[in-house]
Write a protein that binds this ligand. Sequence first.
Ligand SMILES: [Zn+2]
Ligand SMILES: [Zn+2]
Length: 290
Amino acid sequence: MPREGPSSSPGPGRRRRRPAPIPSADLALTRLLRPLVRPQLWLVRAPRGVPRRPEQLLSHVGGRPYAEGAADWPDCTACDEPLTFLGELALPGPAELPGAAPPLARLATAFVCPECVPELGASEPPGRYAVWLADDPSRANGRVLVPPEDEPNPVHPCSLRPAPGRSLPGGAELKSLSPEAAERLAALDRAIVDETFRGLVGAPFHGTVASGHAPDLGDGADPTPECPSCGKPQAFLGALDGPDLEREDEEGEPAFGEEALFLLYTCRTHPGAARLVAHAVVPPEPEERD
Ligand SMILES: [Zn+2]
Ligand SMILES: [Zn+2]
């Protein structure tokens, strides 16, 4: 039996100390949540030492984006400055992730305006950001887009490697999928909830993700945008996480803040209406210009 802490064995005549109680998973909540577990593809940064030149057709942050058709580098419609390229998510289908739903696209490319990003909400149409979806990305169908000169990208180029896992819906999504489970969740102690989740999906993980459920934002907010064409809630594509979006000049300093998360969505019927929702983005420091 594993014991709590590096305690020595109790000496003769000494009472054994009672270990701190370990919260046990809630069986009723486990039963309600089990059918909602989905395969998830986390994306983890390639370890240092691995060549960092990202491959355009695979998941990566920073560097150069993949473009199809006549697409040119997008500018922000609010401030006219070029958008910042965040990264690309190679979205998995059942072939890469058994049990996953058929993908709504194979590659999602995301740009955002670093100046206007704090104003982005779930109802913001593209303009201060851009999300491009490609169904059949290949060297024959597209090209690598070169960033405008004099526009250093604050995101350090880095490849992202897939790590399969499991996910559960976040608080807001859970209310629509299982009101019963949401109610049960609200009534329980946080430690028991965490233990229940750990039993179903493994250790909680925050990071960049392609496919699965949208990460729980922890504040009950529902970031799901409505499709402008049909009004239905859009489907989650993936998320780019702040700590993966490092600045090139400041080691370890995320360009958009530790808590920043960029969530990508699209409509199953109108995939051209892809949206980016920014969460908890730290406004950029005002820069001194000469
Ligand atoms: Zn802007
Ligand atoms: Zn739609």
